[in-house]
Write a protein that binds this ligand. Structure first.
Ligand code: GCO
Length: 446
C-alpha cells in the first residue's frame, strides 16, 4: 500500500477550490452591473468559440446556495472566487453599486455559515468597459482606479474576508489581452502590452498599500502563472534558452515583486518597448506580500533558436495531453515549486489553481460523471506537491481549478475543468468522480 497523499502535510494545510466571476456568475445584466471588457470581447464576431458568452455561465449568481451546499459536502476549507469589479463599481470609478456588494455579502455569509472561508480575488480579468474606453491597463490611471475599487472591497468585506488576492495572472491580462489579442480586450501591440504589465503591477502595489494602511486583518498576496521551462538537452545553449524562456512569464512579474526591477535582458530584446516607470513605483510594487499564489497546469520545454529575439523556441514533448493540448507533467510541478521557493526565498505559497480539462460525459441516466483521467491528474499533482512540501517548499494550501465546469474564456464552454459537472441545458450540477476523490483527499483517506 502506498502512503496517504496528505501524509506529512501540516494539519492547517488549506484545501480549496477556485472559480472566477465572469466564468461562473452569469446574470450580467442583474442589479446594476456595468459592462466589462469580456462582455464586449464576447460580442466581437470570431473572438470566442461558437460565439459563447458569459451571459448565463453556470448562473452561480442565482445558484450560489446550491453550490455552497456542494462545497460543504466536499468538506472544502476555502472557496476562492473573484469579485466582478463592474458589479460593485459599474463604470470603474465613482459611485459604488450597493446591489452588487449585496450579492457578494450573500455569498460570503453563506460560505461562512457552511464553515467555508472565502478567499477573494479582486481582479480576474473583467475590467469595467468604461476604463478600457479610456485606455485600459496601458493607462496609469487604471492602476489608481483599481486601488480605489480594492479599498471599497476591503471596507465592505474586511471584517469577514481574511484572504485577499489582488490580481490573477497579470501575465494573461497583459500578454493574452494586449499583445496576442486572444483575450479581452483583443489588442495586438507590444508597447501597449508592456505598459499594461507595469500598470497592473503598480495596481497590485497600490492595492496592497491600501490594505496595509487600512489596518485590515488577514493575508494579502497576488497570483501568478509562473513557469520553469525545462531545457531540451543538457547542452549549455539549451540550458541558457530555457532560462530565457522564463523571462516573460516568470521574471517580468516575479522580479518586480521580489527585487523591484524588470529583467533587463528581456526588455533589451524589444527596443520598441519602454516601461512607464515613475519615481517610487518600483518600491510600491516591491512591498512585501504575505503569500504568493501560483496557478500551474503544465511545463514547457525550450531549446536554443538563434532566430528568436530571445534565442529560444518551445519544443514538443511526449506526455499525454489534456483537452487543452497541455502535457501532463506532474514532476514539472515539483520542479517549479522548488524553483519558485528558491526565487522567492521561501515565501509562503498557495497553489491557487491546478487542474485539467477532460472529455467528461454524464452517464446515460445522467447521475454520474466518470472522469478517471482527472482523478489521475489530481492524484499525481498532489503527490508532486506533497513531495515539494517535504523537500522544504513553504506550501500553505491547494485550490483545485475548478469547483465547477465554466466559461473557459476564448474557448467558451468547450472545455470542462470542473470537479462538478454542469449540464449547460438545464444548469443541473452533478459531482464528478473527481469530486468524491477530492473529498476523500481532504478527509485524509486517500
Ligand atoms: C487561468 C485562469 C482560469 C482558467 C484556467 C484554465 O489560469 O488561465 O485563472 O480562469 O480558466 O487557468 O485555463
Amino acid at each position: 500500500m502506498s502512503e496517504r497523499i496528505t501524509a506529512g502535510l501540516p494539519a492547517d494545510f488549506v484545501w480549496g477550490a477556485a472559480t472566477a466571476s465572469y466564468q461562473v456568475e452569469g446574470a450580467v445584466h442583474a442589479d446594476g452591473r456595468g459592462p466589462s471588457i469580456w462582455d464586449a470581447f464576447c460580442a466581437t464576431p470570431g473572438a470566442v468559440a461558437h460565439g459563447h458568452t458569459g451571459e448565463t455561465a453556470v448562473d452561480q449568481y442565482n445558484r450560489y446556495a446550491e453550490d455552497v451546499a456542494l462545497m460543504r459536502e466536499l468538506g472544502l476549507h476555502r472557496y476562492r472566487f473573484s469579485i466582478a469589479w463592474p458589479r460593485v463599481q459599474p463604470h470603474g470609478s465613482g459611485k459604488p453599486n450597493a446591489r452588487g456588494f449585496d450579492y457578494y455579502a450573500r455569498l460570503i455569509d453563506a460560505l461562512l455559515a457552511a464553515g467555508i472561508e472565502p478567499a477573494v480575488t479582486l481582479y480576474h480579468w473583467d475590467l469595467p468597459l468604461a476604463l478600457q474606453d479610456s485606455g485600459g491597463w496601458p493607462e496609469r490611471d487604471t492602476a489608481y482606479r483599481f486601488a480605489e475599487y480594492a479599498e471599497l472591497c476591503y471596507r465592505a468585506f474586511g471584517d469577514r474576508v481574511k484572504s485577499w488576492i489582488t490580481l490573477n495572472e497579470p501575465y494573461c491580462s497583459a500578454v493574452l489581452g494586449y499583445l496576442e489579442g486572444v483575450h479581452a480586450p483583443g489588442e495586438r501591440d507590444r508597447p501597449r502590452a508592456y505598459r499594461a504589465i507595469h500598470h497592473l503591477m503598480l495596481a497590485h502595489g497600490l492595492a496592497l498599500e491600501a490594505f496595509r494602511a487600512g489596518g485590515y486583518d488577514g493575508e494579502i498576496g497576488i497570483t501568478l502563472n509562473t513557469q520553469t521551462p525545462c531545457p531540451a538537452t543538457q547542452r549549455e545553449e539549451d540550458r541558457a534558452a530555457a532560462d530565457r524562456a522564463a523571462d516573460l512569464q516568470t521574471h517580468m512579474f516575479l522580479d518586480p515583486l521580489m527585487h523591484g526591477s524588470y529583467p533587463e535582458r528581456h526588455l533589451a530584446a524589444y527596443p520598441e518597448v519602454s516601461m512607464p516607470i515613475a519615481d517610487g513605483d518600483m518600491s510600491v510594487i516591491a512591498k512585501p506580500i504575505d503569500f504568493l499564489g501560483l496557478n500551474w497546469y503544465w511545463e514547457d520545454v525550450a531549446a536554443a533558436d538563434p532566430d528568436h529575439p530571445e534565442g529560444f523556441r518551445l519544443c514538443p514533448r511526449y506526455q499525454d495531453v489534456t483537452e487543452m493540448g497541455w502535457p501532463v507533467v506532474p514532476r514539472g510541478f515539483y520542479r517549479h515549486l522548488r524553483r519558485l521557493d528558491e526565487l522567492t526565498d521561501g515565501i509562503p505559497i498557495y497553489v491557487t489553481e491546478n487542474g485539467c480539462a477532460m472529455p467528461d460525459e454524464l452517464s446515460a441516466d445522467g447521475t454520474r460523471c466518470r472522469d478517471p483521467r482527472r482523478v489521475a491528474y489530481l492524484r499525481d499533482h498532489l503527490e508532486a506537491m506533497r513531495d515539494a512540501w517535504r523537500d522544504g517548499v513553504n506550501l500553505k494550501g491547494y485550490f483545485v481549478w475548478s469547483f465547477i465546469d465554466n466559461f473557459e474564456w476564448a474557448l467558451g464552454y468547450t472545455k470542462r475543468f470542473g470537479i462538478v459537472y454542469c449540464d449547460y441545458v438545464d444548469l443541473r450540477r452533478v459531482p464528478k468522480d473527481s469530486f468524491y476523490f477530492y473529498r476523500d483527499v481532504i478527509a485524509g483517506h486517500e
